[in-house]
Design a protein around this ligand. Structure first.
Ligand SMILES: Cc1ncc(COP(=O)(O)O)c(C=O)c1O
Length: 396
């Protein structure tokens, strides 16, 4: 079974105003309906062919410090370039630049784009270390940071009206709360306010959402996650407008946060199967979410693909599926603390977007809307029945 947009919507018909199901006909859930190939090919074909070296079955790994005389910082390595070209093509960007991990690319991008006195508006919850960078480093260097609940578009409007805003930053599917934000509307509001938009698309990947097609200036990924997909490489990448990427590239050259060729090779190989993996992650996540919903020890499941989820309606306006991340609120603290340690096949490890199902326990943080007794689950590519069986036995 493939997770069709119909399945995500949880009903027979598309919502009024939602992208038409007819775009994809009976085809499996696929990319953002705004996807427009720059090559004339489909997403899956570009995932395989874009950026590849001519006449080679795989892009070569060039380890040389000097390539045809050029030094490798600022980045000019052809293996790294092939990875960036593939991302640029899949995200629909004019250019892309990479780094050794997601944190490296976002910190280098923010240091490029912001100056003391600038105002940044971010959703009240972002990936922990990004939030830490905003609250610590950026504030210390004189950048004003306003955290806003972007579920409330009036609150966002007010924050943008209150101050000249340089940059708006958010994740459409929020780590770890599983909120589904109205990304196209947030991007539109940021544009109205003449602010740049940087979207952290790590959780959805370009297969499910392509922020640049919706008017965002920049999109970034922790490529360590779904882009690589196999837990064997780390990387970060940002794509978007050429002039902005050129500036970020300049910073990468100075700061030295460059992606290494071996990682670029592994991430490129991972990208080739992204559509297949994302479909499977999504199908299995929906099955596991449905199982957990009916379990007596579960208070609430958070998964944007579930019809009862608070983010489902807004997600249905621009997403065809919700990927592999879900959250569980347990009824009892004892279940919360014991569940990860009782798993036999799935792993109680931090990280996500891997072939392996990964489970991580979270502490309550009301200011970020992280609920009590909450567990984050990254559904892997194992048989969904085996994931469910492992969860069931861990809950006995
Ligand atoms: C949404 C999101 N952005 C950025 C990062 C940072 O990426 P990395 O671990 O590759 O530095 C993560 C890591 O979990 C993430 O989940």
């Amino acid at each position: 079974m493939t997770l069709s947009r119909r399945a995500f919507l949880g009903r027979g018909a598309a919502l009024a105003g939602a992208p038409a199901l007819a775009i994809h006909g009976p085809a499996p859930a696929r990319q953002d309906p705004k996807f427009a190939s720059t090559t004339g090919r489909g997403f899956a074909s570009d995932a395989i062919h874009a950026g590849e070296e001519d006449g080679m079955s795989v892009t070569s790994i060039h380890m040389a410090k000097n390539y045809k005389g050029s030094y490798q910082r600022p980045p000019s390595n052809p293996t790294v370039g092939a990875f960036e070209a593939k991302i640029r093509s899949l995200e629909g960007g004019e250019a892309a630049v990479s780094a050794p991990c997601g944190m490296s690319i976002i910190t280098q991008a923010l240091l490029t784009l912001l100056s003391p006195g600038d105002h940044l508006v971010a959703h009240r919850c972002l990936y922990d270390n990004i939030m830490g960078f905003l609250q610590g480093f950026l504030r210390r260097w004189g950048v004003e940071v306003a955290f806003v609940d972007m579920n409330d578009l009036d609150a966002l409007r007010a924050a943008l009206a209150a101050k000249n805003t340089k940059l708006v930053l958010f994740e459409p599917y929020v780590n770890p709360t599983m909120e589904v934000l109205d990304a196209p509307k947030i991007i539109a509001l940021a544009r109205e306010a003449e602010a740049l938009t940087l979207v952290d698309n790590t959780w959805l990947t370009p297969w499910l959402f392509q922020p640049l097609r919706h008017g965002a200036d920049l999109v970034m990924h922790s490529a360590t996650k779904y882009i690589g997909g196999h837990g064997s490489a780390m990387g970060g990448v940002v794509a978007g407008k050429k002039d902005l990427i050129q500036k970020i590239k300049g910073t990468v050259g100075v700061m030295g946060g460059i992606l290494r060729p071996m990682d670029a090779f592994l991430l490129t190989q991972g990208l080739k199967t992204l559509p297949l993996r994302m479909q499977r992650h999504g199908e299995s996540a929906l099955k596991v979410a449905k199982f957990l919903e009916t379990h007596p020890k579960v208070e609430r499941v958070r998964y944007g693909g579930l019809p009862g989820d608070p983010g489902h309606k807004v997600g249905s306006t621009y997403l065809s599926a919700c990927g592999g991340m879900l959250g569980v609120e347990w009824k009892e603290a004892a279940t919360h603390s014991r569940f990860p340690g009782r798993l036999k096949m799935c792993k109680p490890w931090v990280s996500l977007g891997d072939v392996v199902t990964l489970v991580s326990t979270r502490a309550e943080e009301p200011n970020r809307a992280i609920p009590a007794r909450f567990t984050r689950v990254s559904i892997g590519l194992e048989d969904a029945g085996d994931i469910i069986a492992d969860f069931r036995q861990a809950l006995e």
